[in-house]
Design a protein around this ligand. Structure first.
Ligand code: BTN
Length: 251
């Protein structure tokens, strides 16, 4: 896969810039990298703290797939980033479904996948990734200090390592190899086997044990009654019911 990285000083949001370029016909593999963002976005309309020093980028893709498969992207991207951070730092990276990159129980980064659909197919997909790289603890706003962490890796070095891992996984994915990627993601999961609370935008919430991620990337939660519920990534906010650290999982 061929990547072209466009490096910019400051933008509102790399996802917004990438979307504009994708609308203009920019090819798959275009990457928008910014040193800082003034209006970085997280999932569900949240603001994303994006000071200078961190890794903030968006990748344009033009996959030939159905919208139902979109839930696979955060998993693919999460595995690629977990490999890249792990190799560069030796830190134990975990993936908190659907889109969080966790280190030692704290959020080191997140993934925001956006797309434009036409006739039941994505015209393009924007994979936005933010990693707190070299963000000093004092710099985090008070509300993030308890839940966020940062890795000491040079952003450009981490981007290049990520793109290399991503290219390999994306090729496998296009050739029907999502099963192996999913297995790797399950092995890296921060939540499987643990009690969680899943909250929906309408205020409804369920508590249960996260028991599986299915072949479309949806989370399966087992309720105390034994019934199972299936959650799609875009709309759920997930929290652990008991705080970190947990004893090691027995599998
Ligand atoms: C989340 O955890 O809610 C997802 C955060 C995604 C942040 C990245 S930073 C680069 C890209 N541009 C944005 O505005 N958001 C994503």
């Amino acid at each position: 896969m061929h990547f072209v990285v466009r490096e910019l000083e400051e933008v509102d949001s790399t996802n917004t810039v990438a979307r504009g370029l994708a609308e203009g016909g920019c090819p798959e593999g275009t990457v928008i990298l910014a040193h800082s963002q003034t209006a970085g976005r997280g999932r569900m309309g949240r603001a994303w703290f994006s000071p200078k020093g961190g890794l903030w980028f968006s990748l344009i893709l033009r996959p030939d797939m159905s919208p139902q498969e979109m839930g696979k992207f955060p998993i693919l991207v999460g595995v690629a980033m977990a490999r890249a951070i792990g190799a560069a730092s030796g830190l134990p990276v975990r993936l908190k479904w659907p889109n969080d990159i966790m280190i030692n129980g704290k959020k080191a980064g997140g993934i925001l996948v956006e797309s434009s659909l036409l006739g039941g197919k994505p015209r393009y997909v924007i994979v936005g990734v933010g990693i707190n790289a070299n963000v000093k603890f004092e710099e985090f706003p008070p509300e993030l200090k308890a839940i966020a962490t940062s890795v000491s890796i040079e952003p450009r070095e981490l981007l290049d390592a990520f793109l290399q891992e991503f290219a390999e996984l994306y090729e496998a994915f296009k050739c029907g190899g999502f099963g192996d990627i999913l297995l790797e993601a399950k092995g890296l999961s921060y939540i499987l086997g643990r009690p969680i609370r899943a909250a929906l935008p309408d205020g409804a919430a369920v508590e249960g044990v996260a028991v599986d991620i299915d072949d479309d990337g949806a989370l399966i939660v087992e309720l105390p009654s034994g019934a199972r519920e299936r959650f799609i990534g875009g709309e759920v906010s997930l929290s652990l019911v008991r705080p970190f650290p947990y004893p090691p999982l027995i599998q």
